[in-house]
Design a protein around this ligand. Structure first.
Ligand code: NAP
Length: 275
């Protein structure tokens, strides 16, 4: 008698443009641990977000990543928010426990791990974060919680002011001046500029030197124009794949309850970075 196939657990991502790195990293991790799990990138239009969440419940999708532009829009549609996601005001991960959808944010942890991998502890380091959207908020909260002195700027200054007001001791600096002469050695580009063919931030020719560590959180492409320019100026660089890796490892742990096979997931990013 043929045995019945083992049930497959499905996870995925919800975005306008499904991301292939995410799928490959998560699937490689399931396969490495011998889990009968499948990762599916779901494309979704903004108007269909509520219906998409109903679909996730109806199909018992265990968990899914959420990317721009849904990270903030999704907040009122969830049943519960983990404390960090509530504080940050943005969700990048949803866990489905028996139809109850709980929002998490793993971007903050991912950003801090990616930075600390290069510079060591962030305690008392001066860090400039550029941007004030969903991802920048997560980076800023993470860097602040790690004990860094946080400097913030954004094209729309009001948003940087609002974010700084939530983070004790954070200081807002002028956007144009920060691009001319960054006021910190560690710089995190956390806007969507430079993504998928869009123009990079207009940093001054002489903005970077050997002193700097420049992290660009954009990962489409991995080797952004900013990363290339900073590297050419002698700066240490961290591409967006590092943050993507660490935030995905945390997602894996939330979905499966198991420790993520970081080396296997890292291999996917390293192959993409080399290719
Ligand atoms: P978002 O909420 O739409 O925020 C966009 C931010 O970018 C705002 O601060 C906006 O400034 C700024 N911006 C956009 N175009 C700009 C331009 N031409 N010049 C200057 N500033 C500009 O987007 P998000 O969710 O924060 O995502 C931002 C980027 O982070 C995306 O590329 C995303 O893929 C990436 N990301 C990476 C990771 C990772 O793990 N590596 C994780 C999450 C997100 P205004 O306020 O002035 O409009």
């Amino acid at each position: 008698m043929a045995s019945s196939p083992s049930p497959i657990t499905t996870c995925g991502s919800l975005s306008l443009h499904p991301v292939t790195f995410g799928r490959r990293m998560h699937q490689a991790a399931y396969d490495a641990l011998g889990l009968p799990w499948l990762y599916v990138p779901f494309a979704c239009e903004s108007v269909g977000l509520k219906a998409a969440l109903e679909g996730m419940r109806a199909l018992s999708i265990r968990g899914f990543g959420v990317s721009m532009p849904f990270k903030i829009e999704i907040l009122p549609l969830l049943d519960e928010l983990a404390p960090l996601a509530r504080t940050i005001g943005a969700v990048n991960t949803v866990v489905n426990d028996g139809g109850r959808l709980c929002g998490h944010n793993t971007d903050a942890e991912g950003a801090v791990q990616a930075l600390e991998e290069e510079v060591g502890s962030l305690r008392d380091a001066r860090v400039l974060v550029i941007g004030a959207g969903g991802a920048a908020r997560a980076v800023a909260f993470g860097v602040h919680a790690a004990g860094a002195k946080l400097l913030l700027c954004n094209r729309t200054r009001d948003k940087a002011e609002a974010l700084a007001a939530e983070l004790k001791g954070a200081e807002v600096v002028a956007y144009e001046e920060a691009l001319r002469k960054p006021p910190a050695d560690i710089i995190v580009q956390a806007t969507s500029a430079g993504m998928a063919g869009a123009a990079s931030l207009p940093f001054d020719e002489a903005a970077f030197s050997e002193r700097n560590v420049v992290m660009d959180i954009v990962y489409k492409p991995l080797h952004t124009e900013l990363i290339q320019r900073a590297k050419a100026a002698g700066a240490k660089t961290i591409h967006g794949g590092r943050m993507l890796l660490f935030q995905a490892a945390r997602q894996f742990e939330l979905y499966t309850g198991k420790t993520a096979p970081l080396g296997v997931m890292d291999e996917v990013i390293r192959e993409a970075a080399a290719g």
